[in-house]
Design a protein around this ligand. Sequence first.
Ligand SMILES: NC(=O)c1ccc[n+]([C@@H]2O[C@H](COP(=O)([O-])OP(=O)(O)OC[C@H]3O[C@@H](n4cnc5c(N)ncnc54)[C@H](O)[C@@H]3O)[C@@H](O)[C@H]2O)c1
Length: 322
Amino acid sequence: MIKKELYSCLLVGLGNIGFKYDKSLINNKKILSHAKAIFHNKNLKLVAGVDSNIKNISLFKKIYKVETFTNLHSALKKKPDIVIVATPTESHLKIIKILLTKKSIKTIICEKPFSFDYRGLNEILKKCKNKNINLFVNYIRISDPASIQIKNIVQKFTKKINGVCEVHYAKGFYNNCSHFFNLIEYWFGDFKNLESVKKIKKINFYDYKLYCKANFEKAEVRFIPLKNDNLKDFIKIRLKNKIIQYLSGGKRIYIKRIGSKKNKLVYKKIEIKNKMKIYQKNFYQELIAFLNNKKYRLCSGEQALKTLKNMNYITRKMYEKN
Ligand SMILES: NC(=O)c1ccc[n+]([C@@H]2O[C@H](COP(=O)([O-])OP(=O)(O)OC[C@H]3O[C@@H](n4cnc5c(N)ncnc54)[C@H](O)[C@@H]3O)[C@@H](O)[C@H]2O)c1
């Protein structure tokens, strides 16, 4: 992509993550949606929004005062540099296929989960590569500075001894736990093998609550569904003399150091600062770093495909076993 001072962005999907999560533009202590993050980034310009729902379009227009379309083909006449796909997961592939026919587009941001169709995604990624299009998936936690701090701690400690980790997730394995699966791959390296899997409940056409125990390069990880979806998800990592608590999706993170004094166990708890209140801002800052050929932390399409492949493998095994 030719380096620019200002990149034009088209947002497809004007729902929660598109713009509704944070409708006030004045308060920039929270930046949770694509529209607001783009609005507050000096290198990005939101040129238009697309949605099939008229109500969402008119609310979006009131706040962002940009052109809106109900038809993607018409919107693409704006020739954006970057397109963000923030529609329901089932529609991602179809929309990206249309985007690939347009020459102006050099970067695509797709919401997570990328898709449920591994083959379809594989095809799409091959086409992106041939056309020199960069595709990233919005697994936001990788762009949070606290995540890299945890990765550094984990990697240092797990050189000799593997870590033990528990991921307690709410909602579905694909819908919500994919965030954590992707994060676990980032912290502990590739998924190696599955030790056990058990279906707890099918929750809709494509998603489940399931329990599984799996080995990653540097840790043994258990994914455990919470009994109640209103409970807050959390991750607990046990290292040699440390416990890392990653609470409420990373909004609160602590390291507990365990030592001994006069034959008694002593704990020291330190908070790791995170920037999850502005997670979408973090993501776009990393995107600008990428566009400027600097070091960046984003989830590539290839990595998201790997995450999906591993999660599909686990659900397939769940059916074989049950
Ligand atoms: N990264 C994250 O933390 C995060 C958080 C929430 C949602 N998501 C993901 O974002 C996606 C959207 O979720 P949401 O909660 O914002 O959903 P939503 O239902 O609130 O919004 C989706 C919007 O897309 C529109 N739409 C549907 N099909 C369309 C099409 N073909 N063309 C144009 N517009 C279309 C709908 O009218 C709606 O306004 C999902 O894939 C979801 O998993 C990610």
